[in-house]
Design a protein around this ligand. Structure first.
Ligand code: NDP
Length: 336
């Protein structure tokens, strides 16, 4: 039986507006009761335009509302930790945006706080929910490409003008393409391969959009604990590349196009001794699926699509890529 879940939004954000409010409302019995913004006028306008009953600028009052059972944290990255700790202390389940935090210690504290409060913590790594990636995972697990040897992720996109703010100019808010996109690549590859990243090398670029110390492009190579090497290309500055992901193994290759995206789209080709086959995929909304798994986890049925621990581990990889790019050195991923 589906249980109802009443939500408070922490952050009047674009991602809430574009995807997550609808995904919450797509779950039977789920409703959004209130939204927190630091700006009373923006919060009220956000609430009005999304048919949310109330808005507040006071985190304590949102968390003190006994009707709110779960919160969606989608503020800028430096705020995730403090807001998640406060939510856990108030006994609210937490769906938190990625990167979970700005550093590993903070992310680990969030996981520990939610565990000791007995609330669910999920990280909104949406790509695991894509029908394409779930199909690729099945193909790999069924041996369709033999032993996986190499992965290649094509995630160089153009940051839309309405998002050209803190991601490009504010390191204190966790800007830069590595924290924004590389952590998604890391999470997706960890999911596809059922493996963890051991080490990273990387070079980054500041081309035309980012300022200060922030990068707007990066190329990295990761080594996984099953031996796989994966190459990543992430950017905010590339208009026409298209996205994709490839997996190459001893017996075959998977070539997926348009799969590093928020939208339920993309195609998969499998090439092996039998020739080239188009793999059928039944697309579904990634965020709706994430919210389904979150609801089930709250009801005691299984884990969220990406747990708090997944958020920690995928962040750890992004931090290693960041350090590798800054130092020019090969960096061992630190998970503790
Ligand atoms: P936004 O810039 O849209 O929102 C972040 C904060 O900026 C909001 O909480 C809000 O503060 C403030 N803000 C929003 N609009 C305005 C405005 N017009 N003027 C001034 N301030 C404004 O960020 P995103 O939605 O792009 O990202 C939020 C989080 O979600 C990040 O952690 C990001 O990494 C993650 N994200 C995840 C995605 C995914 O698919 N998993 C995709 C996109 C982002 P306030 O709340 O105080 O009003």
């Amino acid at each position: 039986m589906d249980q109802s879940l009443r939500w408070g939004l922490i952050g009047a954000s674009t991602i809430a507006r574009e995807w997550v409010i609808d995904a919450i409302r797509a779950q039977p019995g789920n409703e959004v009761l209130t939204v927190l913004s630091t700006d009373a006028k923006r919060g009220a306008e956000f609430a009005r335009s999304h048919r949310i009953a109330s808005s507040t600028t006071d985190l304590r009052s949102l968390l003190g509302d006994p009707n709110v059972q779960a919160v969606y944290v989608s503020t800028t990255n430096e705020l995730h930790k403090q807001q998640t700790l406060a939510a856990a202390a108030a006994g609210k389940h937490v769906l938190c945006e990625k990167p979970l935090a700005m550093n590993l210690t903070d992310a680990r504290d969030m996981v520990a706080a939610c565990a000791s409060a007995g609330v669910v913590l999920a990280t909104n790594h949406h790509l695991r929910n894509a029908a394409t990636h779930r199909r690729i995972r099945e193909l790999i697990r069924s041996g369709a490409i033999g032993k996986p040897l190499f992965g290649r992720v094509f995630h160089a996109v153009y940051l839309p003008p309405h998002l050209q703010g803190w991601r490009l100019h504010n390191p204190e808010a966790g800007g830069g393409v590595i924290l924004d996109i590389t952590c998604h690549d890391a999470d997706t590859l960890r999911f596809l391969l059922d493996a963890e990243v051991l080490e990273a090398v990387a070079l980054s670029q500041q081309a035309e959009l980012a300022s200060g110390q922030l990068e707007d492009g990066v190329m990295a190579v990761l080594r996984f604990d099953n031996g796989v090497l994966a190459q990543l290309h992430d950017a905010f500055t590339v208009k026409h590349a298209g996205t994709g992901l490839e997996m190459h193994g001893t017996e075959g290759s998977i070539v997926a196009r348009n799969v590093m995206t928020q939208r339920p789209i993309g195609d998969i080709l499998l090439r092996n001794a039998g020739g080239e086959t188009s793999v059928p995929v039944e697309h579904e909304n990634l965020y709706v699926r994430a919210l389904q798994a979150f609801n089930a986890a709250v009801a005691g049925r299984g884990q969220p699509s990406a747990s708090g621990e997944d958020g920690v581990r995928s962040l750890a990889v992004a931090l290693a890529v960041q350090e590798a790019a800054r130092t020019g050195k090969r960096v061992t991923v630190q998970y503790q």
